[in-house]
Design a protein around this ligand. Structure first.
Ligand SMILES: Nc1ncnc2c1ncn2[C@@H]1O[C@H](COP(=O)(O)OP(=O)(O)OP(=O)(O)O)[C@@H](O)[C@H]1O
Ligand SMILES: [Mg+2]
Length: 468
């Protein structure tokens, strides 16, 4: 959130205009003076003096070849020249006035451009320039049948027909998942480019707001742990957002879907937690103003082919500027919403930290954030796990069976302690996401983005043995 550097634009624009307009004017004035003659006001008063003066000038400047006959020119010629000079002076003044007005207008324009630039995309520190991002998109998008890049919006506006064709007319066989406002489809575009196409629609007009909000934010942020926006499309009542395809789907599907977390080893889980923390840290600490995601959950953490995790779904995200209670409708997903936000509408970055803690518990325990006990009774993972998380003898027994006894117990205690802190009911007791991030780095192997050196003779025996 560093302050902006002083604007170079007004200065540049002014210099340019001074150069472009004043230089010709100066030349014009110099030319009007016969190159080297003194000002009109000091013109010699008699023909002889004039002849002398011109003769002197001619002799003082070898490059001006003035024949002696011309040097002895009679008075009417000087008078005519004076008249001519007077006309040129008026022209010069008119041009100078125009140039002056132009400079003022240019400076004003440059100031306006600079103000927009300050408020715009590059307010986000560490952000790849949106122009660069757009340029990077162009070769990829040019493979599409057709696309338009709206000037106002720095993302590609895609044609409905190309989305229809890529998704096989939104066929069920291409469905990647379903959300509250519609399905996400796999899109196979011309040239072999694949992407995820989210279709938003329905009765609830809320989807339009979320669509605009997501586009507005995602086009301005770029980070390796935030899902990339490819383009968008508006067609009749429907809205479409095209994202990079995340081959391994969502963390929710991986953990609670048919594979029941079997693809996720302890180290991969720690890597997913670290990647998510990096994405959140970017939103909280490196964006200006900071962004609160408001809907962090396992279905909004997507995994690419190497299990790199990226945060998605910015429909509910808010930047601190517009987080006041009046502007916001209480939103989020039950089980992940921090108590102070749910009860008092108090929204801070710590609400995301709470949701992160719940995701960490899902990774550790392999359980859903809210589980149905009986037809009328539900239990939250936080209330269920809390007493066991702080009991070292019980903790290893409640771990997801898929990863049970596969980790260093010290690491397990450490992660559990982080999770316990993140889900504290009192927001001020929760750590900042930066602190969480730094506590996770040493637990992730170097090849997965952390600093842990895993050797073949690591104390695997103690890793596998449960103390109970
Ligand atoms: N870029 C993507 N690549 C691959 N799969 C995706 C992508 N985006 C979404 N999905 C899949 O589609 C599912 C639905 O996503 P969507 O964001 O619409 O809903 P959700 O997050 O599950 O729920 P909600 O509507 O409450 O946000 C995701 O859970 C995920 O499995
Ligand atoms: Mg989602």
């Amino acid at each position: 959130m560093g302050s902006m550097p002083p604007s170079p634009l007004p200065l540049l624009a002014s210099s340019l205009f001074v150069f472009l307009f004043l230089l010709p004017l100066l030349c014009c004035a110099v030319a009007a003076d016969g190159g080297t003659s003194p000002p009109v006001a000091s013109a010699p008063s008699s023909p002889a003096a004039a002849a002398n003066a011109v003769g002197e000038l001619a002799s003082s400047n070898g490059s001006v070849a003035v024949p002696p006959a011309a040097a002895a020119a009679p008075a009417p010629l000087v008078e005519g020249r004076r008249h001519h000079l007077h006309k040129e002076l008026i022209i010069a003044i008119v041009f100078a006035s125009i140039a002056g007005v132009t400079i003022v207008l240019a400076a004003l324009y440059a100031c306006i451009v600079w103000q927009r630039y300050r408020r715009g995309p590059d307010d986000f520190k560490d952000t790849q320039s949106t122009d660069t991002a757009r340029i990077a998109l162009v070769p990829m998008l040019s493979r599409f049948n057709s696309f338009k890049a709206s000037k106002k919006c720095l993302v590609a506006m895609m044609e409905y027909t190309s989305l229809e064709k890529a998704t096989g007319n939104f066929s069920e066989s291409n469905v990647l998942g379903a959300g509250g406002f519609g399905c996400v489809y796999k899109g196979n575009f011309d040239g072999g480019f694949v992407a995820a196409v989210k279709r938003l629609g329905g009765e609830d007009q809320e989807y339009e707001k979320e669509f605009e909000n997501e586009l507005d934010l995602l086009q301005r942020i770029r980070h390796s742990n935030i899902v990339s926006l490819v383009g968008f499309c508006i067609h009749e009542e429907n809205r479409f957002i095209v994202y990079e395809l995340m081959e391994n789907g969502s963390l929710e599907t991986q953990l609670h879907g048919p594979s029941d977390g079997s693809a996720l080893s302890w180290h991969i889980r720690m890597k997913i937690a670290l990647d998510t923390a990096r994405g959140l840290e970017y939103l909280h600490e490196h964006c200006n103003p900071p962004i609160i995601h408001r809907d962090l959950k396992s279905s909004n953490i997507l995994l690419d082919s190497d299990f790199n995790a990226k945060i998605s779904d910015f429909g509910l995200a808010v930047s601190s500027g517009n987080r006041s209670k009046g502007n916001l409708k209480l939103s989020g997903t039950l089980g992940y919403v921090a108590p102070e936000y749910l009860l008092d509408g108090k929204l801070t970055e710590k609400s995301d930290v709470y949701a992160f803690g719940v995701v960490l518990l899902e990774l550790l325990l392999g359980r859903r954030p809210i589980e149905k006990m009986t037809a009328s009774q539900c239990q939250s993972i936080v209330t269920w796990a809390m007493p066991q998380l702080i009991d070292r003898s019980k903790l290893p027994t409640i771990i997801d069976p898929v990863i049970k006894n596969t980790m260093d117990l010290k690491h397990l205690y450490q992660v559990a302690a982080v999770a316990v802190l993140c889900v504290q009911p009192e927001p001020s007791y929760r750590p900042l996401i930066t602190d969480v991030l730094h506590s996770l780095i040493p637990l992730v192997p170097t090849e997965l983005g952390g600093t842990l050196r895993v050797t073949t003779d690591s104390p695997r025996v103690s890793m596998h043995r449960s103390p109970c």
